[in-house]
Design a protein around this ligand. Structure first.
Ligand code: AP5
Length: 218
């Protein structure tokens, strides 16, 4: 199965991806996590990406397309994969279709998360993230059991650099301007599954499973 999770910053893509990879047995390919790894490594790419991410803008298409093209050739992607945060522009969507078609594959579903803007701002302004495994927490609604320590891996839990209020507003505006046309692209191809992503994490999880026709048996 090849899936893409699509939606505005804070809509819960990363949170749901962590649960879905267990249920579906496919890896999560998060372009945001890949970029944060590049930043941590101190590479030239990481330095350039950080400047762009700190402004809430998009990293150039060619960089992101190359990153995904390499990643999907890895052995763990042979039985399928789940994209989280890619594609984010129509150019990325077209490039993905072309690279999959080259291997006789296609994207099965694009799950589009719908959450109102006020809720998105509330989620992002209180978000805490594990710097090791990427698990998400929240200052008001989902604190880790031990302050500052991830329940899942023991990594350090902290705020993300791009969750500052002014950057959050820019990221939401960027989503509306550049990323929303991606939904129209997949809608026109009959692959868009829109889900209401407000409610509890488990309610959203069940809606996603229903939208994609359930987890494979066995
Ligand atoms: P990326 O890391 O992909 O960030 P994003 O898309 O902005 O999404 P987020 O990770 O902020 O939110 P999420 O939807 O995963 O929500 P989460 O589950 O954490 O990208 C970062 C940057 O990298 C971009 O701005 C861009 O610069 C660059 N980039 C990445 N990909 C790119 C690409 N393809 N092209 C160009 N540039 C690219 O949840 C958020 C909070 O809500 C958490 O606190 C969580 O606990 C809470 N929460 C989750 N679900 C619920 C629920 N049901 N109810 C209540 N709270 C909930």
């Amino acid at each position: 199965m090849i899936l893409a999770l699509f939606g505005p910053p804070g809509s819960g893509k990363g949170t749901q991806a962590k649960a879905l990879i267990q249920a579906l047995g496919i890896p999560q390919l998060s372009t945001g996590d890949m970029l944060r790894e590049a930043i941590k490594s101190g590479s030239e790419l990481g330095k350039k990406a950080k400047e762009i991410m700190d402004l809430g803008r998009l990293v150039p298409d060619q960089v992101m397309i190359g990153m995904i093209q390499n990643r999907i050739q890895a052995p763990d992607c042979q039985k399928g994969f789940m994209l989280d945060g890619f594609p984010r522009t129509v150019a990325q969507a077209e490039a993905l279709d072309a690279m999959l078609a080259g291997s006789g594959l296609k994207l099965d579903s694009v799950v589009s998360f719908e959450v109102n803007r006020k809720e998105l701002v509330a989620r992002l302004s209180g978000r805490l993230v594990c710097s090791n495994c990427g698990a998400s927490y929240h200052e008001q609604s989902k604190l880790p059991r031990k302050q500052g320590i991830c329940d899942l891996c023991g990594g350090v839990v902290a705020k993300r650099a791009d969750d500052k209020p002014e950057v959050v507003e820019n990221r939401l505006d960027t989503f509306l301007a550049s990323t929303k046309p991606v939904a129209e692209y997949y809608q026109s191809k009959g692959r868009l599954k829109v889900i209401q992503a407000e409610g509890t994490e488990s309610q959203v999880f069940e809606r996603i499973l229903k939208a994609i026709g359930g987890a494979p048996k066995g």
